[in-house]
Design a protein around this ligand. Structure first.
Ligand SMILES: [Mg+2]
Length: 305
C-alpha cells in the first residue's frame, strides 16, 4: 500500500473516531495540524518524524538531524498560521550508537528548541535491537492560534485565486542529501504577517514538504478545484530546474491561495505568484512549461515525505 493511500485510510477512520469523546475536534485529520478545543481553548497538534536514510543522509551531523526533526514540525505550525507552544520528542537509536552522537542529538534538539522558540518538554529514548536499524526522531508539537485568532486550512481556495509561494523552490534536497532541508527557517513569522496583511483575501495555505506539485494538489483537492502552475514563474533555487521546483520536495516554504495580488515579500522573504486555481477536477495540478501542459501527477517525484 502506498504511503498516501495509507494516510487517507487512517484519516477516514480517525475522522469517525473524532466523535468518541475527549477533546472537541474542530479540524479533523487531513490538514497540516489538527485543531481541538481543550478546557475552552483552541489547541493545534501534529506529529512528524525523520528517518535515517530517508530524511537525512548517512554522515549528517546529529545537530542538524535534531534541528530538522523539530523544524519540519514547526513548518506545519506555520502552514496553519499558528504559533509554536511546546513539543515532545522520541528517538529510536540504532543499537550501539556512540554516546557522543546521542549527546550531540540531545544538545541539537535543545539548541533547535531555543532557536525556534518551542521548548521540548518531554519524550522518550529507545534503542533498536539491531545496529543496522535507522535512527528515528519523532516530534509532536502543540501550537496556538496567532494574534488574529485565525487558523488557515488547506480548504477554502476559490476559482480565480492566485497560487503563491514564499522563498525559492527546488533546493531543499539534493541528490547527495545536502540542501536547505537541513537549515531552513520555518515560515511562522511570514504566515502570521500574511494573515494580518491579507485578512479574508487569504483563503488556504499549506507548507511545501512533498514538492509544490503534490502540495498544490492538496490545496486543490481540499478546495475541490484544479491548480495551474506556470513553470516560468517558479522562484527556483540556484541550480534547480522547473521539474526540481515542482517535484523535489523538502522546501518547507508556504504555498497559499489568495484573492488578488499578494505582497511582494513577507518579513524579507520574497513572495511569488506561480499560478492560479480554476474550476475542474478536484486535486488536479497542471503545469505549463515551454508551451506544453503536463499533468503534475505524471511528472514523477524525486524525493517523497
Ligand atoms: Mg505540512
Amino acid at each position: 500500500m502506498r504511503e498516501f493511500e495509507l494516510i487517507e485510510e487512517i484519516r477516514t477512520h480517525n475522522r469517525e473516531l473524532a466523535a468518541c469523546g475527549g477533546a472537541e475536534v474542530l479540524i479533523p485529520p487531513g490538514d497540516d495540524m489538527a485543531l481541538v478545543r481543550m478546557a475552552g481553548r483552541r489547541v493545534l497538534i501534529a506529529a512528524d518524524q525523520v528517518i535515517g536514510g530517508r530524511h537525512f543522509a548517512a554522515g549528517t551531523p546529529m545537530s542538524l538531524v535534531a534541528r530538522k526533526a523539530l523544524a519540519r514540525n514547526i513548518s506545519d505550525i506555520a502552514a496553519m498560521a499558528a504559533v509554536p507552544s511546546c513539543a515532545v520528542a522520541t528517538v529510536a537509536l540504532p543499537a550501539g550508537m556512540p554516546d557522543a552522537d546521542v549527546r550531540a542529538l540531545a544538545d541539537g534538539l535543545r539548541a533547535a528548541a531555543q532557536e525556534l522558540r518551542c521548548p521540548v518538554v518531554g519524550g522518550d529514548v529507545g534503542t533498536h535491537a539491531s545496529a543496522d536499524a535507522p535512527l528515528v526522531v519523532s516530534v509532536t508539537v502543540l501550537a496556538e492560534p496567532g494574534p488574529t485568532g485565525r487558523v488557515v486550512t488547506r480548504s477554502g481556495a476559490r476559482p480565480g485565486d492566485m497560487l503563491c509561494v514564499t522563498g525559492t523552490l527546488g533546493g531543499g534536497w539534493n541528490a547527495d542529501g545536502s540542501g536547505s532541508h537541513l537549515s531552513f527557517t520555518p515560515r511562522v513569522a511570514e504566515a502570521l504577517a500574511l494573515v494580518e496583511l491579507l485578512g479574508d483575501r487569504l483563503h488556504a495555505m499549506i507548507d511545501i514538504s512533498d514538492g509544490l506539485g503534490r502540495d498544490a494538489g492538496h490545496l486543490a483537492a481540499e478546495s475541490g478545484l484544479t491548480a495551474e502552475i506556470d513553470a516560468e514563474r517558479l522562484p527556483l533555487a540556484a541550480g534547480a530546474d522547473w521539474r526540481a521546483g515542482i517535484g523535489r520536495g523538502e522546501d518547507y516554504e508556504l504555498a497559499f491561495a489568495c484573492d488578488g495580488a499578494p505582497p511582494d515579500a513577507l518579513c524579507g522573504t520574497p513572495v511569488t505568484v506561480v499560478g492560479h486555481f480554476i474550476a475542474g477536477t478536484a486535486g488536479r495540478v497542471l503545469v505549463r512549461a515551454a508551451g506544453a501542459e503536463h499533468d503534475a501527477s505524471s511528472l514523477g517525484w524525486e524525493h517523497g515525505s
